[in-house]
Design a binder for this molecule. Structure first.
Ligand code: IMP
Length: 205
């Protein structure tokens, strides 16, 4: 399985006898590219056109899930032409030191009421589905006019909850990826393309 071991908040836990301390600068150049900037831009443009068609004559609120979706949201927003506003939420998805605790906690709530509005939750990766299930039931309580999900990446094999995204950039197998907003220990979010994280990658400080 190509997945960094013992992921907790996307940070490797200590304990490996062989672990080395490394500086993350420039190391990502060795990580294999899964999707290039160009592939991401082309797919984002396609999703934008689909959203334009689905919401023609309507307004939408793009709700980004911080921090991973920030870059996807900023590109997706510029790929759509329908009337649009932004909001952001932040959640913590994993308990400390556990791979998937199942507990999702809201850290930052919506700024604006969503009642009666067309909401598109914008997420970087749909993985176990715990985060999006939590957000979907939370938002449904506020009675939006409609509620859809746009996820740049989808890892169906990891799903624990029954949830699908309405707009998906790419379906991927069970690999841990970084770049284009996605992190390992908060690093690599600024890498322009999406890259595969080597499973034996050393701990970062
Ligand atoms: P879920 O609740 O398991 O669906 O969690 C989704 C969140 O886990 C994403 O928004 C990411 O923050 C994080 N995540 C899942 N897989 C990866 C990955 O391969 N790289 C970086 N972050 C990931």
């Amino acid at each position: 399985m190509l997945y960094p071991k013992d992921r907790g908040s996307n940070k490797r836990e200590s304990g490996s006898a062989s672990r080395r301390k490394v500086s993350p600068s420039a190391i990502h150049n060795d990580f294999p590219v899964l999707f290039s900037e160009r592939q991401i831009a082309e797919r984002t443009a396609e999703i934008g056109r689909q959203i334009d068609a689905d919401y023609a004559g309507k307004s939408v609120v793009l709700v980004g899930v911080l921090k991973g979706a920030a870059i996807f949201l900023s590109d997706l927003a510029r790929a759509i032409t329908v009337d649009c506003t932004f909001d952001f939420v932040a959640v913590s998805s994993y308990g400390k030191g556990q791979r998937t605790s199942g507990a999702v906690k809201l850290i930052k709530d919506l700024d604006q009421p969503i009642e009666g509005k067309n909401i598109i939750i914008v997420e970087d990766i749909l993985d176990t589905g715990l985060t999006l299930c939590f957000l979907r039931s939370l938002f449904e309580q506020h009675k939006p006019g409609s509620l859809r999900v746009a996820a740049l990446l989808d890892k169906p094999s990891r799903r624990l909850e029954k949830i699908e995204a309405d707009y998906v950039g790419f379906k991927i197998p069970n690999h841990f990826v970084v770049g284009y907003g996605m992190d390992y220990a908060e690093r690599f979010r600024n890498v322009a393309d999406i890259r595969l994280m080597p499973p034996d990658y050393p701990e970062l400080h």
